[in-house]
Design a protein around this ligand. Structure first.
Ligand code: ADP
Ligand code: MG
Length: 707
């Protein structure tokens, strides 16, 4: 919608959600009885009956047709990390040449895309290659609209006929169920009688870059891989800190206005936007929602960012590291758990009882993160994110938790049986059985921690900008559910619940406080310190993914019904394969750009310099510096060619390892990536020396400082 969006003509409240088959629309359009039944389906109290599905489908179709949609799609999230859709029109031709417009309950509930072309990591060999998509009734259908093409989009989960999860949503939904079950047990055990459901809430902050389409089109690396494999930093980088929170440029402001408009129409709560640290880098945050809905809306948001950018002659780069030398992009994952009666279980309270509950959940998360750090780490692992984690701009690859000085002090006092010193002029009693009343200082902030407590939620900062929220939250939910199940077991057996609660808090924190680190996570000393604390440092995607199927992890996945052994094994396989494929594409485009773009350009320039040296010498001049330049050009042209050949050899060797995905991924990491780095050095040297007029693709300066 490129036409001017004027909120004086149509108010923001009218615009908001107009493309979303939201609760309020359902209430309007469904018979009361049907609406009520659908609500109880959403609350997990019953399954969707065919009769109700029929009525809902009909209402949805009428609504979509009124909005101008002609097709519907079961929208799903296969393990490619992207989203997938197959469009069907509503038409049903009649014998007399007319057409009926139909959409049945069955078509709403279930679709049958051909699963065989999606990655399944061996599940296909064991099971039939057929799969079906099933409507996730808790996530609303929307009308996706781009350039006037409107499609009714139904969020679904993708499952094989034998029940295996083939996508990212199914395990997420299962993990939400797991944490619901276990947290409810804990709440019941400590006397809560009002809560009937636990909700996982997630609020994402999304970073991205914008570049002019004209430059993007000229960079095969950006087009094929989303990142630049060559390029030298311009004279100016991000050192002036003048982009962060700076005034938003007009062209970007107009883009953002339309982005917000499109998102609001979809009922997506775009709230905060600003310039990020790197030049031409931006952030948008939506307001938190249930983990599955946030997962869906974040995918829609990424798609919308790209579409709207294109309409403005821009390209949005969502890759974790499009440019070397400036910050990459992440996706902060703000996570909390709350009750259906409106309490955030990570919110400190006023009374000692409330705080006991808060500290019980808090220390359970601490224990979960310490015990299962590798699972969190691997949930943020992909080839793109390897450029960020530990690279002085994003959290290190080591998982640690930030609690803030005050909360740490309170927990230290509990663990060490010390008296908590004065707060607000009051002495707070801390003993084994007494849980303190304490004021929380929520201004305590740390920007370098991978897993930071920020007052009433945790902010997991490792997640990559391009990643689905499903993976990280599946892991957080599962590991926390596991610890909560242990807590529930103990409390259910206990004679004195309050005493046992205090004992658990003390024990969990004493045994797991090594994971708490309030200092600077970017500092080099932290790496050594973490090592001495025994914290794992999984520095690459490959080493992280290799942990995925450790028996202790498989055990908890199976216990909580999140993944079967076969499912988790297939995922490890797929993610390793994806890693290898991605590096292979990057390496391939690199060798090609070196040979077919960089070397020819620099050789032409070298010839020009040589000609000039020759004619100058003939006149008796002494062009010594130009001779030296010619020599350097010659050396680096040669080295570029040699390094490109070496890279191709390493690629061929890695590609030949077919029978062992882990071994193959290791080959890409250990031999192909270093060969890419070597090639880049020479290619980038040539960029610095070659006449700009000859240079075959836009520079960092063009891409980062022009909009
Ligand atoms: P910042 O991290 O920049 O200070 P905010 O505190 O405003 O940003 O919140 C960032 C994200 O955290 C937003 O998406 C917000 O909706 C989300 N958020 C706020 N409270 C919660 C909560 N209790 N659970 C999950 N996410 C939350
Ligand atoms: Mg944040």
């Amino acid at each position: 919608m490129s036409e001017c969006i004027d909120f004086t003509k149509k108010s923001l409240t009218e615009v908001y959600g107009e493309n979303c088959f939201s609760d309020v629309i359902m209430q309007e359009r469904l018979p009361a009885k049907v609406y009520k039944e659908l609500k109880s389906v959403q609350n997990g109290e019953r399954s969707l009956s065919p009769e109700v599905a029929e009525v809902v489908a009909n209402a949805m179709k009428d609504w979509a047709l009124e909005k101008g949609a002609t097709h519907y799609t079961h929208w799903f999230q296969p393990l490619t990390g992207l989203t997938a859709e197959k469009h069907d029109s509503f038409i049903n031709p009649c014998y007399d040449g007319t057409v009926l417009l139909e959409f049945s309950g069955k078509e709403l509930i279930q679709g049958e895309p051909d699963a065989s072309s999606f990655p399944n990591g061996g599940l296909r060999a064991t099971f039939e290659a057929r799969g079906y998509t099933a409507w996730d009734t808790t996530s609303p259908a929307v009308i996706k609209e781009n350039l006037g093409v409107k499609t009714l989009t139904i969020p679904t989960a993708f499952i094989s006929y034998t029940g295996e999860a083939l996508d990212k949503k199914v395990p997420l939904l299962r993990s939400m169920e797991a944490i619901n079950r276990q947290a409810l047990r804990v709440l019941k055990a400590i006397g809560n009688t009002t809560t009937s459901r636990i909700i996982t809430n997630v609020g994402p902050e999304q970073e991205y870059f914008l570049v002019d389409e004209e430059f993007y089109d000229q960079r095969p690396d950006l087009r094929l891989t989303g990142r630049t494999v060559f390029g030298t930093m311009s004279a100016k980088g991000q050192e002036m800190d003048d982009h962060y929170f700076g005034a938003i440029k007009e062209r970007v402001a107009v883009f953002m206005k339309e982005l917000n408009y499109d998102l609001w129409r979809l009922g997506i709560s775009a709230k905060t936007q600003h310039n990020e640290v790197a030049p031409n880098q931006f952030e948008i945050a939506t307001i938190y929602d249930t983990a599955n809905r946030s997962t869906d809306t974040n995918q829609l948001l990424m798609e919308t960012i790209k579409n709207v950018a294109n309409r403005h002659g821009l390209v949005a780069l969502l890759h974790e590291k499009p440019f070397a030398g400036v910050n990459g992009s992440g996706k902060h994952n703000n996570w909390s758990i709350g009750t259906d009666d409106g309490h955030n279980l990570l919110q400190p309270g006023d009374s000692p009882e409330d705080n006991a509950q808060f500290l019980l959940f808090l220390t359970s998360v601490i224990k979960a993160v310490d015990m299962y750090a590798p699972l969190l780490r691997l949930s943020a692992a992909n080839a793109g994110n390897d450029h960020r984690l530990g690279a002085n701009e994003a959290p290190p690859a080591i998982i640690s938790m930030f609690l803030g000085d005050q909360l740490t002090e309170i927990l230290d006092c509990i663990a060490d049986e010390r008296e908590l010193k004065k707060r607000d002029g009051k002495l707070v009693e801390v003993g084994v059985t007494t849980i303190p009343r304490f004021p929380m200082d929520t201004t305590d902030r740390n920007r370098t921690s991978p897993f930071a407590f920020t007052g009433n939620k945790f902010e997991f900062r490792m997640v990559g900008s391009l990643q689905s929220l499903a993976g990280p939250n599946t892991m957080i939910n599962t590991v926390v559910a596991e610890i909560l199940s242990e807590v529930a077991d103990r409390l259910e057996r206990s004679e004195n619940v309050m005493k046992e609660t205090a004992a658990i808090i003390k024990e969990f924190y004493s045994r797991h406080r090594r994971i708490v680190f309030n200092g600077n996570g970017y500092a080099q000393e932290w790496v050594a310190e973490a090592l001495s604390r025994g914290l794992p440092n999984l520095t690459s995607t490959v080493s992280a993914l290799a942990k995925m199927t450790d028996p202790e992890y498989v055990k908890i996945f199976e216990k909580h019904g999140v993944f079967s052994k076969a499912e988790i094994e297939s995922r490890e396989e797929i993610y390793l394969e994806t890693y290898s494929k991605q590096i292979n594409i990057e390496a391939g485009i690199m060798a090609e750009m070196a040979k077919r773009m960089i070397v020819p350009a620099s050789t032409r320039y070298l010839q020009e310099v040589l000609d000039s040296v020759k004619s100058q010498t003939a006149l008796g001049l002494d062009p010594a510096a130009q001779k030296a330049l010619a020599e350097k050009l010659s050396i680096h042209v040669n080295s570029t060619l040699t390094a490109a050949d070496t890279l191709e050899d390493e690629m061929a060797a890695a590609l030949a390892i077919e029978d062992d995905t882990l071994k193959q991924a290791k080959a890409y990491r250990n031999t192909v990536i270093p060969a890419m780095a070597a090639l880049r050095t020479h290619g980038d040297m040539l960029e610095k020396m070659t006449d700009k007029a000859y240079w075959p693709f836009p520079s960092y300066e063009d891409m980062l400082f022009r909009l």
